[in-house]
Design a protein around this ligand. Structure first.
Ligand SMILES: Nc1nc2c(c(=O)[nH]1)N[C@H]1C(S)=C(S)[C@@H](COP(=O)(O)O)O[C@H]1N2
Ligand SMILES: [Mo]
Length: 321
C-alpha cells in the first residue's frame, strides 16, 4: 500500500488555493494574462448549450453559484497535472472532436455514440449542484446535461448488469499528466446500478450555459452530486455494464482512504483529515482573507439525503465508505 499525498488536503495548510491566489495577485497586467490566462476566464467564449431548468427534485440548489472563473481555473484533472491550476493551463491540447463514447457490457443494445448524437439523445437540462471534493473544498456549479438513466434505459440491460464502470480518455499525446505515474491510467470510476439510474446522476455536457471547458471534463463527464467529486469521471470514452463491483482508480491507489461508495459523509472522516466541514471556493475573497473565511458544515450526502438516502437504507456507512 502506498499513500498519495493529495495536493490540497487540509493537513498541508496553507493550501495551494491561497498560495495560488496570492501568487496571482502579485502578477499584474499583461504578465498575469500571459502566465495565467484562465485565472481571469469569463463565460461567452465557448459554444452555447441551451437547456431547460430541470424539474428533477433536488436539482436546483438555491445557493449562490461559484464564479465561472473559479469553476474553470481551480480544477482536479490529474491527466493534465496535479496542481489546481494545471488543468486550465494544459487542457487546451485535448481534442474533443471527433469523440466517441462506447457503451458496452451486459446489455442487449451496446453501441458507439458519436458525441454529437449523444448530445441530442435527451433534452438538455440545467441543474445547479453542490460539488464537494474529498480534499475539503466545495463549489456550486450550474451544469447542463441529462440523467444518465436516459442512456442506460436505451441500452436494455440484462439481469447481470449490477454496476456501471466509466473510463476516461488516457492519451499521453493530449494529456501531459498521463506521463506521470500518479494514478494507474486510465481513470476508472463506477456506480452501483441504482445509483447510476438515480435521476440526479447527470451525464454532463456543459456548465454556465456553454459546452464544458476542457479542464472541466469536455466533451462529456459524469456529475454525481451526493458523492465526493472524484466519483464524477471526466472526458468519458467508455461506459460498461458489469456484474462485479468495478475497481476505481482512487480505490486502487489507496483503498483504506477512498472506498467504492465515497458518499459525502461528515460523520466518517478520511483517515488523514476530518470531513465535518468544508471551504466554499470564492468565499472570503482571495489571498489571506480566504484563510479566515468561516468553514461551513458538510451535510450528509452533500445535502441530497432526502433524494438519495433510501438507496443506502440498512447499510453500515462507516464500513461502506
Ligand atoms: N478523469 C478524471 N476525472 C476526474 C478527476 C481526474 O483527475 N481525472 N478528478 C476528480 C475530482 S478529485 C474532482 S473534485 C472533480 C473536479 O471537477 P471540476 O474540475 O469540474 O470541479 O473531477 C473529478 N473527475
Ligand atoms: Mo476531488
Amino acid at each position: 500500500m502506498h499513500l498519495i499525498q493529495r495536493p490540497d488536503e487540509p493537513a498541508s495548510e496553507i493550501t495551494p488555493r491561497e498560495v495560488y491566489e496570492s501568487r496571482r495577485r502579485l502578477l499584474t497586467g499583461a504578465a498575469a494574462l500571459a502566465l495565467m490566462p484562465q485565472a481571469f476566464a469569463q463565460s461567452g467564449k465557448l459554444p452555447k448549450l441551451p437547456a431547460v431548468k430541470s424539474a428533477v427534485p433536488g436539482a436546483q440548489t438555491m445557493e449562490k453559484p461559484t464564479s465561472y472563473s473559479d469553476v474553470t481555473s481551480y480544477n482536479n484533472f490529474y491527466e493534465f497535472g496535479t496542481d489546481k491550476a494545471d488543468p486550465a493551463e494544459n487542457a487546451h491540447t485535448l481534442r474533443t472532436r471527433p469523440w466517441t463514447v462506447s457503451v458496452e457490457g451486459e446489455c442487449a443494445k451496446p453501441g458507439k455514440y458519436d458525441i454529437d448524437a449523444l448530445l441530442k439523445l435527451a433534452p438538455m437540462e440545467e441543474r445547479i449542484y453542490r460539488l464537494r471534493c474529498v480534499e475539503g473544498w466545495s463549489m456550486v456549479i450550474p451544469w447542463e446535461g441529462y440523467s444518465l438513466a436516459e442512456l442506460i434505459k436505451r441500452a436494455e440491460l440484462n439481469s447481470r448488469a449490477k454496476y456501471v464502470e466509466f473510463t476516461s480518455l488516457a492519451d499521453k499525446s493530449q494529456m501531459p499528466g498521463v506521463r506521470a505515474n500518479v494514478l494507474d491510467w486510465p481513470y476508472i470510476e463506477g456506480l452501483r446500478m441504482d445509483e447510476a439510474m438515480h435521476p440526479l446522476t447527470l451525464l454532463t455536457f456543459g456548465l454556465y450555459g456553454e459546452v464544458l471547458p476542457n479542464q472541466n471534463g469536455a466533451p462529456v463527464r459524469l456529475t454525481v452530486p451526493w458523492k465526493y467529486g472524484f466519483k464524477s469521471a471526466k472526458s468519458i470514452v467508455k461506459i460498461r455494464f458489469v456484474e462485479k463491483q468495478p475497481m476505481s482508480s482512487w480505490t486502487k491507489a489507496a483503498q483504506q482512504e477512498y472506498g467504492f461508495f465515497s458518499n459525502v459523509n461528515p460523520n466518517v472522516d478520511h483517515p488523514r483529515w476530518s470531513q465535518a466541514t468544508e471551504r466554499r471556493i470564492g468565499e472570503g475573497g482571495g489571498g489571506l482573507s480566504a484563510l479566515f473565511a468561516k468553514r461551513r458544515a458538510t451535510l450528509m450526502f452533500n445535502g441530497y439525503e432526502p433524494q438519495v438516502g433510501q438507496l443506502y437504507a440498512g447499510m453500515d456507512l462507516k464500513k461502506n465508505y
